[in-house]
Write a protein that binds this ligand. Sequence first.
Ligand SMILES: Cc1ncc(C[n+]2csc(CCOP(=O)(O)OP(=O)(O)O)c2C)c(N)n1
Ligand SMILES: [Mg+2]
Length: 351
Amino acid sequence: MARSAKPTASAETPPLTPNRARPPEPTRFEASKDQLLDFYKQMLLIRRFEERAGQLYGLGLIGGFCHLYIGQEAVAVGLQSAMTVGKDSVITGYRDHGHMLAYGIDPNVIMAELTGRAAGISKGKGGSMHMFSVEHGFYGGHGIVGAQVSLGTGLAFKHQYSGDGGVCLSYFGDGAANQGQVYESFNMAELWKLPAIYAIENNQYAMGTSVARSASEPDFYKRGESFRIPGLQVDGMDVLAVRGAAETALEWVRGGNGPIILELKTYRYRGHSMSDPAKYRSREEVQGFREHHDPIDRAAKELEALGAREDELKQIDKEIKDIVVEAAKFAEETPEPEAAELHTDVLVESY
Ligand SMILES: Cc1ncc(C[n+]2csc(CCOP(=O)(O)OP(=O)(O)O)c2C)c(N)n1
Ligand SMILES: [Mg+2]
């Protein structure tokens, strides 16, 4: 077959994305003392819950996979505090406990899911990676890396199609951002101007592989460039910066401008999952983040500057500990599912 003639080269290469509208630069959220206290409590709840989940795993009370969210708390809390439960939807990967807690879902039923009990949010049959709460608009909990991006794009399409005013927030990692289906989803989302926020949680590792070793474009907020999707890079260790970016993103998307990407720069303190010996990074690196960039310490310091007293913060610490102790007790004592449950929630027809 004859090749078609090459088009004549223009004298100058046009700019990659001419005249593209962009959202404004986000500003840090100006929280009142009460608002910041609320974020602090939520982050602390995630931290203590995850620490306890790690212990229960060690005791053999949690089976299967278990991916902890310690270090990344400001991301879920900052973003989800700006969403409207019952109107918007959220979807994420397997590192999902924190996202559920940040949405105000009962810690008891989340912990009971981890221990595989009937009272768990997926009746004890989903475990750590497969938690859902449709009434909260929380669509999982997915183990296939990147799959939630396409599913989330479908949820955004549903919001647009039914005109319900909702936005879908899809979380995924730096590793998932190299998946092919992510870019098919980006293309559709921008083409159809879907109400979608893509939140890339750049915790700098995909299992044992660092971003430096795996990403040809490590600035993940630029990953939508070829689809004309704007992106913003955000300090994911600062809950107020995250909340500020969430507001900018929501305004952009709710304004009918189509999707937006947020790259949240964050760090996971623990291994990829409970079975990760973490030999691919140094102790000093992890310690550096814990000591100098911890999102909870940062919020505590700001609260003190806003007039919170030490005993007030200590009291919150105690309340959170009690909630987590209660969740662990519930998760250990509540019964396992009946054997007959093996046959429910299973698709047996052809679709
Ligand atoms: C399609 C697919 N490929 C590979 C895996 C194995 N896997 C599980 S988690 C993971 C790393 C993903 O890293 P990232 O997206 O950065 O998320 P993080 O774990 O850091 O939150 C891989 C490769 C998988 N579950 N699904
Ligand atoms: Mg990662």
